[in-house]
Design a protein around this ligand. Structure first.
Ligand code: ZN
Length: 279
């Protein structure tokens, strides 16, 4: 059992109703763990110290930066193909349970939420980032960043309009999902508009928040708006809190262009340059 399991199974359950043996679909029917197991007085006394803070501090920083294989992590589960546009995608089990609840509510309202991207670990994000950095992946369909933008900071800032540096993506955590389309224009008319309006009105009920809202005075820094990207806050908030405490720009390394992270102030501007309602 890794630290994530420990968190989900002990700390989270101590505070909230859930069951370590439950499947995602029946999670809401479970009773608090504290009533189901025989916890000694000594253990109870130990758990009386703030458990979330105590247990969250055990999360490995490598995990926060996506440096693990979600396929080999028992906290992650493959998304059923009925919910996704391709097989083989993964989510943290807690996120998946909440997503299914939201999916079913949306379906009743005539809204279909199809997962286009979910967990991406460090190496998956590195492939995306370096493809753009080195010009194999064109930006906006036709810009070769390696040729067009020789200045490293300017090149990184251009890629950062929509793509994270490896080690800084919320997709590392298994808490964040991209729905239906990767362009904002899809969500501004027709069925896409209905889908977005449903998410804005209802996603919070299921724990989801849109981190990359319109960029402007309310959100001056970070990625451009992404109407498709939603984050499961009950888990993501705990991970981002640990990220803030324990990682610095100097930790962001191990890929082409990483030397720009400190100058850009990547953690403050991008990891935390999000919709304040998601903090
Ligand atoms: Zn996303």
């Amino acid at each position: 059992m890794n630290v994530f399991s420990l968190l989900s199974g002990l700390c989270f359950c101590f505070l909230m109703a859930c069951n370590t043996t439950s499947t995602p679909a029946d999670e809401t029917t479970s009773a608090p763990l504290v009533k189901q197991t025989s916890i000694t007085d000594n253990q109870t006394a130990k758990m009386a110290t703030p458990p979330a803070i105590k247990m969250d501090s055990l999360i490995e920083t490598t995990h926060l930066m996506g440096k693990f294989d979600p396929l080999k992590d028992s906290d992650f589960i493959e998304i059923d193909i009925q919910y996704a546009d391709r097989p083989g995608q993964l989510l943290h089990k807690e996120t998946y349970a909440a997503f299914i609840r939201m999916y079913e509510a949306a379906e009743k309202a005539g809204i279909k939420l199809i997962i286009k991207s979910a967990t991406r670990n460090f190496s998956a994000q590195k492939a995306i980032w370096e493809g753009k950095w080195n010009g194999q992946r064109l930006l906006e369909g036709n810009i070769n960043a390696a040729k067009k933008i020789p200045d490293p900071v300017q090149r990184a800032l251009k890629i950062l309009e929509y793509s994270s540096m490896p080690g800084t993506s919320r997709h590392h955590w298994g808490t964040d999902i991209d729905f239906n389309a990767f362009v904002n224009s899809y969500f501004e008319k027709g069925q896409g508009k209905k889908e977005y309006e449903w998410l804005v009105a209802n996603a919070a009920t299921f724990g989801f928040c849109q981190p990359y809202t319109h960029k402007g005075t309310a959100r001056p820094d970070g990625y451009n708006e992404e109407k498709w990207h939603w984050s499961y806050l009950p888990l993501a908030k705990r991970l981002s809190d640990q990220y803030k405490i324990r990682l610095t720009n100097a930790d962001i390394s191990g890929f082409d262009g990483a030397e720009t992270a400190t100058q850009i102030d990547i953690i403050k501007k991008y990891v935390f340059g999000i919709n304040h309602q998601c903090l």
